[in-house]
Design a protein around this ligand. Structure first.
Ligand SMILES: NC(=O)c1ccc[n+]([C@@H]2O[C@H](COP(=O)([O-])OP(=O)(O)OC[C@H]3O[C@@H](n4cnc5c(N)ncnc54)[C@H](OP(=O)(O)O)[C@@H]3O)[C@@H](O)[C@H]2O)c1
Length: 221
């Protein structure tokens, strides 16, 4: 792991935030989870599972301020609020991995997308954080398989996108490869227009089978 990325912070205390935080701690990183309520039980339970030197929690703003690499893993409806509470200045020049999906459950399940076709959640996040390097990643799989995906047919594919080439390389080499993913970079952040509907396909299969034991793989010849 590059020295610069010896610490990592997650904005998101949900299943995704805590699962990725487990993976980052395994990689030797120090992880802080950001939350409106950093002392809520699911976060303190998570901290208690780990070495307290490496695992901690703070407010969104404190988390964003100290993080070198930040993961945005928030409920879509709360994302703008979480970014505002984080203060975009605290995220200037930092890599922000956007795991969010702009899901709309207002008509029930399976959900639809609240934004799409000519825009996306990833682009919305990049607009809210104009001075950050947003990389869309991890949004096309359920959290139990985000770290060390284990499938009989080999490594699944994580498609990523973002505007900064160096940031995508760091996310690929220092995180995704180490977690066990094959990574395909599909281009700029507007690729989120494709990756977010792909998450809907994953979710549709989840509702059809009743389990989340599936992931995508691009077959090459
Ligand atoms: N679950 C999965 O397997 C999965 C897979 C791929 C992508 N995703 C996407 O990843 C994101 C996170 O999913 P999740 O299931 O881990 O958690 P979630 O329940 O969707 O989100 C939890 C996080 O959202 C924050 N949040 C909620 N409302 C907020 C508000 N009004 N203001 C500020 N923050 C707010 C919470 O902050 P507090 O701690 O302050 O409550 C918490 O950190 C979602 O966008 C989801 O679509 C999920």
């Amino acid at each position: 792991m590059r020295n610069l990325y010896h610490e990592n912070w997650n904005i998101g205390s949900g299943d995704v935030g805590r699962k990725l935080a487990d993976g980052f701690i395994e990689l030797g990183l120090h992880v802080k989870i950001g939350s409106r309520d950093p002392n809520q039980s699911k976060i303190t339970d998570w901290i208690n599972k780990h070495d307290k030197e490496k695992a901690s929690s703070r407010t969104f703003a404190e988390t964003a301020s100290f993080g070198e690499l930040v993961v945005l893993a928030t409920l879509w409806e709360g994302t703008a609020d979480a970014i505002q509470l984080s203060n975009s200045k605290n995220l200037t020049n930092k890599i922000v991995i956007d795991v969010t999906n702009p899901l709309d459950f207002s008509k029930g399940v399976p959900p639809t997308l609240a934004v799409g076709h000519t825009d996306s959640g990833g682009e919305t996040v990049q607009r809210m954080l104009p001075d950050s390097k947003v990389v869309k990643a991890f949004n096309i799989v359920g959290n139990p398989h985000m770290v060390h995906p284990d499938f009989p047919d080999g490594r699944p594919t994580m498609f990523i996108c973002g505007n900064d080439e160096a940031s995508k390389k760091i996310v690929t080499d220092d995180i995704l490869s180490k977690f066990g993913w094959e990574t395909i970079d599909i281009g700029g952040i507007e690729g989120s227009r494709v990756l977010e509907p792909l998450a809907l396909l994953w979710i549709l299969q989840y509702f059809k089978t009743g389990n989340g034991n599936h992931a995508f793989k691009l077959l090459l010849k």
